[in-house]
Design a protein around this ligand. Structure first.
Ligand SMILES: [Zn+2]
Length: 387
């Protein structure tokens, strides 16, 4: 996610907040602190106003809710790390949280364990907050503390309920929800066919998405219930994620056993780092078919240059600036090696926004692998069914 801020690091995983999170945080603090809690704290008053207690409670509830979401994602991540899959980042956003687990599990059992941990954590939190709620109520009714525990009772009740709902919603058997991943792992384990398992689980995911949109539309149209919009939005989000998840798995399966070396192009046009940009444009960029050029002197690969690099330099400076000044230096580049799996290239391409990546062999630039090469390969594979 692009507009996100790092707020810390837990178990070596960066924790980030996406810009969209502030929308939900604001909505939560407002509805809880200014509408819901004033009513709950002063049930006898006809028009309860927000006060310092209700607002503080709203803020606390918002932070604890996202703490709960974070705990859910951290437990997925913990299991992923236990099973040898690194986790780069957890991002909190408007619909909850997402852990960026570096690779898809290669075994059904791993998938099952990673997926089940989140809902288990949410269930455990629901139980803990539920127990706290019961205990606080007992202590409060005995009245030996002399202060009202109502705010804490409200808080623990809300957190118990939301964590319970989080566990139940995530256990719905639609991919890519946790329950859908559990479902996929079971079908995968039974049939040894990850593609079929993913197809079933993502169809289930899209069915659940349709039901959510249906419920949302019904709530909104019959009741003018604004919450309906929320259901519909989550439904749309899930629909896209289910389709995307299936395509991703299908691609990875098609690329199984294929290496970077088999797909890369091996024509490399080389330019000298000492050319001015004007010379580079006139002698290479305009007349030649290749659009990315290796910059090298004495066969040492120094970097890459293409049309985008030139465009970043104002035209009057093209005579002064040299290729070396405008290129992306090798040190700042994601690179591939020919013996890496092609699936790795796909993951790197989608995480860097680059259209192609340089392939380095024995310290020299051997060629390129980009989206064009990948899609050419996929077009030549008729047995892979596109959905
Ligand atoms: Zn989860």
């Amino acid at each position: 996610m692009r507009n996100s801020w790092r707020i810390g690091k837990i178990m070596g995983i960066d924790i980030a907040i996406d810009a969209s999170w502030f929308i939900i945080a604001f909505l939560l603090v407002y509805t809880l602190g200014f509408l819901q809690f004033p009513q709950d704290l002063h049930p006898r008053s006809f028009f309860a106003r927000a006060d310092a207690v209700s607002i503080a409670l709203g803020v606390a509830a918002c932070l604890l809710l996202f703490g709960s979401v974070l705990a859910h994602e951290l437990s997925h991540s913990w299991m992923a790390i236990q099973r040898g899959i690194p986790v780069t980042r957890i991002t909190l956003f408007i619909f909850g949280g997402v852990a960026e687990i570096a690779a898809e599990p290669d075994r059904a059992a791993t998938e099952f364990l990673i997926a089940i941990m989140g809902p288990l954590m949410s269930l455990a939190l629901a139980a803990v907050f539920g127990a706290a709620w019961l205990w606080l109520r007992v202590v409060d009714s005995a009245q030996f503390l002399g202060v009202s525990l109502t705010p804490l009772i409200l808080l623990s009740s809300l957190l118990a309920q939301v964590n319970g709902q989080l566990a139940l919603f995530n256990l719905a058997p639609g991919f890519p929800l946790d329950g859908g991943r559990v479902f996929r792992a079971i079908v995968w384990g039974a049939t040894h066919d990850i593609r079929r398992a993913t197809r079933w689980a993502s169809r289930a995911g899209q069915l659940i998405a349709l039901i959510l949109v249906g419920i949302g539309a019904w709530l909104f149209l019959t009741d003018l219930n604004i919450g309906g919009i929320w259901f519909a939005l989550i439904g749309f989000f899930l629909w896209n994620a289910a389709g995307e998840g299936y395509r991703q798995t299908d691609l990875l399966e098609t690329l199984r056993g294929v290496t970077v070396g088999q797909l890369m192009t091996r024509t490399v046009e080389t330019v000298s780092p000492n050319l001015t940009l004007t010379e580079f444009v006139d002698q290479h960029l305009l007349p030649k078919r290749d659009q990315t050029f290796a910059v090298s002197s004495d066969s040492d690969f120094e970097g890459l240059i293409g049309i985008d690099h030139v465009r970043r330099v104002p035209r009057p400076q093209w005579n002064m600036q040299r290729v070396r000044d405008a290129m992306t230096p090798r040190a700042a580049m994601e690179t591939l090696s020919p013996d890496q799996p092609a699936a790795v290239a796909m993951t790197k391409l989608s995480s860097t926004d680059a259209t192609e990546l340089p392939v380095i062999e024995a310290g020299r630039l051997a060629g390129f692998l980009g989206r064009a090469e990948l899609s050419r390969f996929l077009r030549l594979k008729p047995e892979s069914k596109r959905a």
